[in-house]
Each structure stands twice: as C-alpha cells, then as structure tokens.
Design a protein around this ligand. Structure first.
Ligand SMILES: Nc1ncnc2c1ncn2[C@@H]1O[C@H](COP(=O)(O)OP(=O)(O)O)[C@@H](O)[C@H]1O
Ligand SMILES: [Mg+2]
Length: 1077
C-alpha cells in the first residue's frame, strides 16, 4: 500500500490525533503545542479540523496552496482548512450531498477567519466565467459590509463578530455558485449605547467619521472628532492595526459590488449619523405641579439636526421623549416620562434603529445575492456563530449566546459521538461504549417549554402586575432549584448560602463548557425589547424611505395591541430552525482554539487550551474515533463506487451488495482487521485503507476513461471511415455516370456525322438519278414534240401554205391589241384637268387611241360631276354661264374664274345699318355689293349698295342704307360692258317704263362678271321675262335723263397708279382709260 501521506511523512507531532500514542489530555495538548510552535495550526481528529489561532499571518493561504489542495484526498496532504473545504465541495458536487461547515470556538479563536478561508477556497476552485465570477465577488464582498456594521473591537478580539451568521452558498449541478442566503442571529445591540471598558462601538461609526469626505460629513451634519459623541467610547477609539479610513473605502466599494444603489448607501449613512446624534440628546428634569418630574430636552440642537437628517418633525419626537401614550381597553392615556425614562427611551430607540438597520442590510444583501434560477440547487452552509462567552459580568446576551453554543454542542454530540456509537450498535459491530457528557440536560434547562429558563422569563414578562428582574429570579428559584446544573442562593444546595462567589441577584448555570454566573439585571427589559409606541410612530412618520420601512409597527393603520414576540422567544425559534437546517446536511467541523488571551503570536497558554479542549469534547471525539472506524458506507453505494476494482464485480454484480463488497475486498487483499461488515454498511477502520481504495479507483477510472476513449475513438474513426466510404461510392457513381454520358455523347455525335454522310450520299445519288430521269423525260418529250411537229408539218404542210399569212396576221394583231389594252389598264389620273395620256404605241391605233382618250375624259368628267352637291352645281352653272357670256369677249373675265361667286359681300343681315334696307327688300338677295355710281358730270364714282333679287335691283346709300333707286327687272332692257379689263357696266332701261324716267345707270364694280352673270341667269330662268341682252363693245351709249352720252373705252397708261380712270371729255362723251394688261 504505497501511499504518500504527510500525516505520516515529515510530520511535526501527529497530524491526526487519532494516531496519537498514548492518548491522554497531556499528550493531546503537547501535540497541539508542538505543532503550534512550528506554525502547524491545523490538526485533524479524523475528519474534524482543529484550528489554532496563530495571531499572525502565515503563508499557507496562497493561490499555490489552493492548487495544491485542489482535488486531493483529505488525508493526502498535511492538515489544512482547505482540505476540509475541498472535501466538502467535492462531496457536494460529486455525491450531490448538501454540506454544512460548522465553525465553533470562543470569541477570538479564529472562526470568522476560518469561514472566510473556506469561502475563498470554494470561490477559487469552483467554475469560472463572467456570471459566476460576479456571483462569487458578491458573495465574498458581503463580508466586509456585514463586518463593518456587525463587528466591533472587544477585549478578546479586535474584530469580534457581534452577531451570529449562517450563510448558505447555492451551487448548480456543475458546482458553479448561483447565489446565497444569509441568516443573522441576535446582534449585540446593547453595544450601540454602551461599551464595556476597553471595547469599541461597532466599526462603522469610527469608519464613517475617519473615512468619509468633509463633504459627506457636512451633509450628515457630523464632526470628525470622536469625542463629540456620547455613544462612542474613547478608551480605544483607534485600534492598532485597524485603519478605519481605509476600511470605510473598502466597505463603500464592497457595497457597490454587492449592488447597493448610491441613494441606499446615503440613507444607510444617514441612519448611522442619526444614531450618533441621538446619543447626544440629553434631558433635564422639569418639576410639575403634581410633584413628579417631567423630562425635557436640554439642548435642542442635536435633536433638530437628527430630525432634519431623518425628515422627522421635531416636535413629534420631542413629545415622544417627554410623554408616553398608554392604551388600555380602548382608552388612550398619556403619562409623562421622567429623565431616566427619557434616557431609556432614547437608548431603546438607538438600539432599535441600529439593529433594524442591520437586519435590513442582511435582507438587502440577500436580495442581491439570491440565486436567479429556480432549478434544484445544492447547498453549502457556513456557520460562524459567536463562541462560548464567559465574562466577569454576564447578562442576557451571554445567556442567549451560550444557549446557542449548547445547541451546537448538541448537534456535534448528536452527529459525531452518540450517532457514531449508536450506529455501531445498530450495525452489529463489536463495540465498547465510550463515556461522554451529553449536554441535552442543559439545553432542556434553558429551552424547555414548560419550565425552561426562557419560558419562565417570557411568562414573567407577559405577567400583569409589577415585574422586575428580581421577581424573575424568584421564579427561577422556585422552578429550577432542583436542577443539577442550576445554582442560586435559593437553590437546593444550601451550601451556596455561604458561597460569596454567588451574589444575590445572580444565578449560575453549569454549561458544558464551564460554569457561568449570570446577573439577572436587565433580563426582563432585554427580553421585552420594548420600544414605546410613540417613538415607533414618530419614526414611521419620518419623511425618509428607509426609516419608514424599519418601523412598520408605527403605522397607525396597523395598530396591534398584541405584544410582539420576546427576544428570547425569537432567538429560540431561529436557533430551532437553524438546528433543523444543519441536521439535514452533511456536517464538517472546524473547532477553533485560542492559544492565549493576549491576542499574541507564539504564546501558548496550556491551561486556556486545556479548558477549551475539555469543553469542546475533543478527547471524547478522539476516543470514539480511535475505537471506531474512520469510514462507513452502505453496501450499495460502496459497491457502486468501487466495483470496477474487481473483475467479478465489474461491470455488474448479480446478487446482494454485501456479497459484492466482500468479494471486492478479498480480491483487493485488504487486511481483515482494516474493515468490518455491518448489517447494512461496510466499516473501514483506517483512512489510509479508504485512500488506498480511492487511489485504486482513480487509476481504474483512468483506465476506464482510456478504454471509453479508445472505444469512442474507434467508433468515431469507423463512422468517419464509413462516411468516407459511402461518399466515395457516391462520388464514383457520379463520376462513372459522367464518363459514360460523355462517351455516349461522343458516339452519338459520330453516329450523326456518319448518318448525315450516308444520307447525303444517298440523297445525292437519288438526285442524280432523278435529274437523269427528268432529262431523259424532257429529251423524250422534246424528241416527240419535234417528231410530232415534223409529222404535223408534213401532214398539214398544204393547209399551212394557203391560210398561214392571214392567220399569222390575225394572231399578231390580236396579240398587239391584247397588249395595248393591257397597257391601258393603268389609267391616267381621274382629275378632269389632267391632260396626260399615254403615247400611242402603233400608228394604226391613232383613231382608237384618241377616241378612247375622249371617252375616258368624258367618263371622268361625269364621275367628277356626279360628286357635286346641288349648291356647288348651281355655282358651277353660274360659272359656266359666265364663261359663255364673257370668255374671250372681255379681258376682265380670266381674273374672275378663280373667285367664287359669294353673292353677299356686305353682310346685309348682320349689319344693323342696313336693317331698313333689309326690310325693304322682300326677296332673297342674290347679289349685295358696294359699287361705284359714275357721275356723268365729272366721271367720278360715288359708292352705292347694289342689291339684286329675282325681281328687282336696288341702289342704296352705302352709309345710311337709304334706297336711292329700285328698278324692277322687267324694266331692264340690256346691259353694256366693255371688252377691256375694267368693271364699268351700264344698266339700260326700257323706254317708256316707269324706271326709265331717271335715266340709265352707269356703274363700276370689280365683281362685274358675277353681277352680270347673275342678272343674265335670272332672265334666262324666268319664263315670263325676256332675256336681258348683254352688249360687249368698247363704245356704247348711256341715256342720262334727257341726254345720251357715249362711253368710250381706250387703252392707255393712266397717270396716277394703274387704276381705271373715267373722264368727261365733253357733254356727250365720257372717256374711260383702261390700263393695258
Ligand atoms: N488563520 C489565521 N491566520 C492569521 N490570523 C488569524 C487566523 N485566525 C484568526 N486570526 C486572527 O485572530 C483574530 C480573531 O479572529 P476571528 O476569526 O475574528 O475570531 P472569532 O470570529 O472566532 O471571534 C483575527 O482578527 C485575526 O487577526
Ligand atoms: Mg467572529
């Protein structure tokens, strides 16, 4: 069994007290001392760690040490608190067992330090990662905050925890921390108002005053000087080795890491400041007429500042210090407070403020560090609770603390001593009983519900009538006098009557750790823990969020006349819960021992150590351990754990587990004295045997891991290979397909080329044959045609000769005519004025050609005419008439051809000037135009409106429309015009007609052709009238009234412009000169 164990190797004394020879109290203490002198502060008793406080820092808490102890077996290395932490953490992670680490010992023995080492070790070895690190950091940083508010310098310890603390650290299945939960027990709040000689108030007060900036202090209305505050004892305001200012910074930083908001920190500091201020409020008596003194606040400045800090109305608080409201049977009465009562009320308020703040802090920290998941958690609890305390003057607090330690001792006894022995008996293992002191009887003395001291105290507190500490003691004397662990002057042992070490107002309890004398003074008060309702109501009214939360009972809406549970009752209940909690977990013990009372390194006071060893029951512990077996385990899990060490049990053992374990141990050749078979468990005597098994198992697991690895690798490679193979087949199939496709395409294209060549050759052959055949057929038909021709010609030669000429001629003519007519198929244009006509192809067709042209012309004219409307037809008829009348007769005619005959040029109907004229003419107006009426006297023209209707013609003034003359058409005999290019015309009247009296009219108009044509047409169309003659000559006579005047037209160049000029030559001649065209 080659095991490297420092418990045996290079050992100073013995590392495990179980191995000590011979075992006695002296050798035990000698061993501790020897080790302590060599800085070996840790020693085992089996799995329990004894820790001596070195009072100096040792280099055994480094990161290297953590690595050294990590995942090592408990007995493998020299004893260390890390080994215990590692063991606990590993069984939590691997065996899924909730753990608790119970740290016990006197005040100053190193419990708090040990708890911090455990926590930091676990933090160092558990998982890493951003989230996990944050949780760890929060858990670790909760310590400085709680220490600042809950620790103080005492005579025994410069950093003594003045509260009990139990912290659950929660882990997930991987062993990563998820969060935690802290429970606190009984803060020693009396310290807030009074500290024993040589001790200090809680650290935070000194830290705040030394470390806060001037600005912060000003805001909190504080002064840096400690001596200004009544609540701060000056004895040891500064402590060697404690830097309050630096600690303050650490605390602020820790609060930030834990997750306190800036305003929360501010509120907390305000409360701390308020407590200091409260301590400075003093009272003076004021006599009242009823003879009683009433208290009054002496100097109101501190009160005022405190009220300002907490947002409390000063008068309300002031009144609460002078009066007290008592409620009885729905009646409210106000009683005055004397000075002593006022001081009592002030201190009660300060204590309550501070202790409630502390509980709030713990809750607030819990809120920050609580695990975020709801999944199942594994828990490691660390209990660091005040150790056994024996002072000169012991009061209620010590009583409570020592009660708690009694309970812890019970657990220790339960789990290690009694439980162990009982188990051997139960399992049928040979065993000689070990005597040990069971402190259950002391616990019963204190906590028994009927006649326990706590029950008596509660009964006394709730009893009506006057209740004092003395009445309480009397009660104890009557009820507990018989108890063997209770002593008082009145108790059964009359010898105490003469024992002067037992004063009258005291009782003594013989605890497991020694006798403690308790002074009853203050028991009732402290148990009642009363705060006058007026004060809690004043606090509730504060305009400060935190204060309001701390004093919920001050809410007038929730007035509760029932008394709150007493301090003793509450403590008992919370200790009960704690015990239940601890019992459900696997315990790990650290038993702290203090080497001296001077907080000094290197001093080992034998008597002090001996006392602790005794009351901690360490000797009994070793004895039980030595007589017993170091390790036990039920058969099933044991077989499950080690079955791989033996071929018969691996991988499956069929049959009872015990048989399996027997086979296993025999196979491993473990000496028979090293183990014993219990009924349900195997017991292993020596830790080394266990370690041997563990080592074997570790090796075996390595081999198994290699095997699993091998199989896994094989499986993985094979799967990989199969995958490759499968892929190869797929690739090959695809490649083959591709190759075959390509080959096929090659063959196919070759076949196509081949085919096309053959087809081409065949086609060409066929073509050649067909061509040859066709040529042959053609040759045949040609030959036969020639042959027939020859035959026919030979046959009909005689007929041909007789008629051939005529036939050929007819045929030729027919052909020519045919061609000619076909040529005419493309007609010239349909316009009647188009003169074009194709040229004559043959001279003999001349007549036909002209005739066809004429017919065609007539036909297209007819076609053209047939498109005319009636109106247009009338216009053309007029134009035709004009042409018949004047064409080639008057030079003016050609210019009129292009002008349409509009008829009305003056717009008779529209012009309002001619309204009268319009109404004068009844018929349709055929012509309305402005003409010149030539004056016979000078040949000049005057403008006249000329109107022509079917029945008459009218001359009217152009400007006024006044009718000058109206001539019925039958009175008109003829019209004379010249041949020239002028507009003169003479209207001649029938001799003897009525109109003739005024004489003929000589007029001139540019539209002469139109006027005359229309005049002529009227004559031609009406049957009742003669045609009006039109004379065209260059000389005619005009009858002006009596005279006949000759109008002669000559051609000449007019002098001015190229207009027509009319001149009177003499009485009988008017000469009109017309410009030559
Ligand atoms: N392991 C240790 N190494 C160095 N100093 C220690 C150790 N344990 C305790 N101390 C010293 O002893 C003092 C008191 O320890 P502490 O744990 O506060 O005692 P307890 O909590 O038991 O009252 C600490 O402030 C520290 O100076
Ligand atoms: Mg402590």
């Amino acid at each position: 069994m080659e095991v490297k164990t420092s418990l045996l190797d290079n050992m100073i004394g013995v590392g495990d007290m179980v191995l000590i020879e011979p075992l006695s109290e002296d050798t035990f203490i000698e061993n501790l001392k020897k080790r302590f002198d060599h800085n070996e502060i840790y020693t085992y008793i089996g799995s329990v760690v004894i820790s001596m406080n070195p009072y100096k820092s040792l280099p055994i808490y480094t990161a290297e040490k953590v690595e050294e102890y990590r995942n090592r077996n408990f007995y493998e290395l020299s004893p260390h608190v890390y080994a215990l932490a590692d063991e606990a953490y590993r069984s939590l992670r691997e065996q899924d067992k909730d753990q608790c680490i119970l740290i016990t010992g006197e005040s100053g023995a190193g419990k708090t330090e040990a708890s911090k080492f455990v926590m930091s070790y676990v933090a160092a070895v558990c998982g890493k990662g951003q989230e996990v690190n944050k949780v760890k950091e929060q858990l670790l940083q909760s310590n400085p905050v709680l220490e600042a508010f809950g620790n103080a310098k005492t005579v025994r310890n410069d950093n003594s925890s003045r509260f009990g603390k139990y912290m659950d650290i929660e882990f997930d299945f991987k062993g990563d921390p998820l969060g935690g939960a802290i429970s606190n027990y009984l803060l020693e709040k009396s310290r807030v108002v009074k500290q024993p000689r040589g001790e200090r108030n809680f650290h935070i007060f000194y830290q705040l005053l030394s470390g806060a900036s001037d600005d912060t202090l000003k805001k909190l209305k504080l002064d840096r000087d400690f001596s200004k505050y009544n609540y701060l004892s000056l004895d040891s305001a500064t402590v060697n080795g404690l830097d309050d200012a630096a600690s303050f910074r650490t605390v602020r930083n820790a609060m930030q890491i834990v997750g306190f908001m800036e305003d929360e920190v501010q509120s907390i500091l305000e409360l701390v400041a308020a407590v200091l201020k409260l301590g400075n409020i003093e009272f003076k008596p004021e006599s009242r007429c009823n003879g009683y003194d009433e208290s009054r606040v002496k100097d109101k400045n501190d009160l005022k500042e405190m009220c300002e800090l907490l947002g409390i109305e000063q008068s309300v608080l002031e009144r609460a210090f002078s009066f007290r409201t008592v409620e009885a049977k729905m009646e409210k009465m106000s009683t005055t407070l004397n000075v002593a009562q006022a001081y009592y009320a002030r201190d009660a308020l300060a204590k309550n403020l501070y202790s409630r703040l502390f509980s709030w802090l713990v809750n607030r920290i819990n809120e920050s560090i609580k695990a975020q998941t709801k999944s199942r958690k594994k828990v490691m609890g660390v209990l660091d609770i005040y150790g056994f305390e024996i002072f000169e003057d012991n009061s209620f607090e010590q009583f409570i603390i020592n009660y708690c330690n009694e309970k812890l001792q019970q657990i220790f006894i339960e789990l290690t001593l009694r439980e162990e022995q009982e188990e051997y008996v139960r399992e049928g293992i040979e065993w000689t009983n070990i005597e040990y002191f069971n402190n259950a009887i002391i616990c019963d003395l204190i906590e028994n519900n009927k006649n326990g001291i706590l029950a008596m105290l509660d009964e006394e507190c709730l009893r009506p009538g006057t209740v004092t500490d003395e009445t309480f003691l009397d009660k104890l004397n009557t009820v507990c006098a018989e108890h063997q662990h209770f002593e008082s002057r009145q108790s059964k042992n009359s010898k105490f009557l003469t024992d002067h070490s037992l004063p009258h107002n005291c009782f003594r309890i013989q605890h497991y750790a020694g006798k403690v004398l308790y002074r009853v003074e203050g028991f009732v008060d402290k148990n009642n823990d009363l705060l006058y309702r007026d004060l809690s109501q004043a606090m509730y009214k504060a305009n400060h969020s935190l204060i309001k939360i701390l004093f919920p009972e001050g809410n007038p809406a929730k007035v509760n006349l029932k008394r709150p549970p007493t301090a003793g009752f509450q403590f008992k209940a919370s200790v009960g819960t704690l015990m239940k909690n601890l019992l459900s977990k696997n315990p790990n013990y650290i038993r702290c021992i203090k080497p001296n009372d001077k907080k000094a390194a290197h001093i080992f006071t034998d008597s002090l150590v001996c006392h602790q060893v005794r009351y901690l029951g360490l000797m009994e512990n070793v004895r039980v351990r030595r007589a017993g077996y170091a390790f036990r385990q039920a058969y099933e899990p044991c077989l499950e754990r080690y079955k791989m060490l033996c071929k018969q049990t691996w991988p499956h053992w069929k049959g009872p587990a015990r048989g399996g374990v027997e086979v296993l141990l025999t196979d491993l050749q473990v000496p028979a004295e090293e183990f014993a078979y219990g009924r349900s468990k195997i017991f292993i005597r020596n830790p080394r045997t266990l370690f041997f098994l563990e080592e074997k198992r570790r090796q075996c697991l390595e081999d198994l891991a290699t095997l699993i690895q091998k199989i896994y690798r094989g499986w993985k490679s094979r799967t990989h290979f199969l995958l490759l193979k499968k892929s190869q087949v797929v690739v090959a199939a695809w490649y083959r397909r591709f190759a075959q496709q390509k080959k096929y395409q090659n063959i196919r294209s070759s076949a196509l080329v081949f085919q096309s060549f053959i087809r081409g050759w065949k086609a060409r052959k066929l073509l050649r044959e067909l061509k040859h055949k066709k040529r042959c057929e053609k040759a045949v038909s040609t030959i036969s045609a020639y042959w027939h021709g020859t035959q026919v010609r030979r046959e009909y030669r005689k007929f041909f000769r007789a008629n051939a000429g005529k036939k050929i001629y007819d045929f030729t003519i027919q052909r020519i005519m045919q061609k000619y007519f076909l040529g005419l198929k493309k007609m010239p244009s349909m316009s009647p004025v188009d003169k074009s006509w194709p040229a004559r192809p043959y001279g003999f067709l001349d007549g036909t050609h002209q005739e066809l042209r004429r017919i065609f012309h007539l036909w297209r004219c007819k076609k053209y005419r047939s498109q005319f409307t009636e109106e247009k037809k009338a216009t053309y008829e007029e134009k035709l008439a004009a042409s018949e009348l004047f064409k080639d007769k008057k030079a003016l005619y050609p210019s009129s051809v292009g002008q349409p005959f509009k008829g009305d040029y003056v717009e008779m109907t529209k012009n309002p000037k001619y309204q009268k004229l319009n109404s004068f003419v009844e018929d349709k107006v055929l012509v309305a135009d402005v003409v010149s009426k030539i004056n016979r006297a000078n040949g000049k023209g005057a403008p006249r409106i000329f109107l022509l209707t079917k029945k008459s013609l009218v001359l009217a003034d152009q400007k006024t429309g006044q009718v000058k003359a109206s001539v019925p058409l039958p009175d008109l005999s003829s019209v004379s015009v010249s041949t020239q290019n002028d507009g003169f015309f003479a209207l001649k009247l029938k001799e003897g007609s009525t109109s003739a009296a005024k004489g003929d009219f000589l007029l001139s108009s540019d539209r002469l052709i139109e006027i005359i044509t229309k005049l002529h047409c009227i004559g031609a169309t009406s049957a009742d009238r003669n045609k009006i003659n039109i004379d065209i000559s260059d000389e005619f006579l005009v009858q002006f009234k009596q005279d006949k005047v000759c109008v002669k037209f000559i051609q000449g160049t007019p002098k001015n412009g190229n207009g027509v000029a009319c001149k009177r030559k003499n009485n009988r001649l008017l000469e009109v000169s017309v410009p030559s065209p």
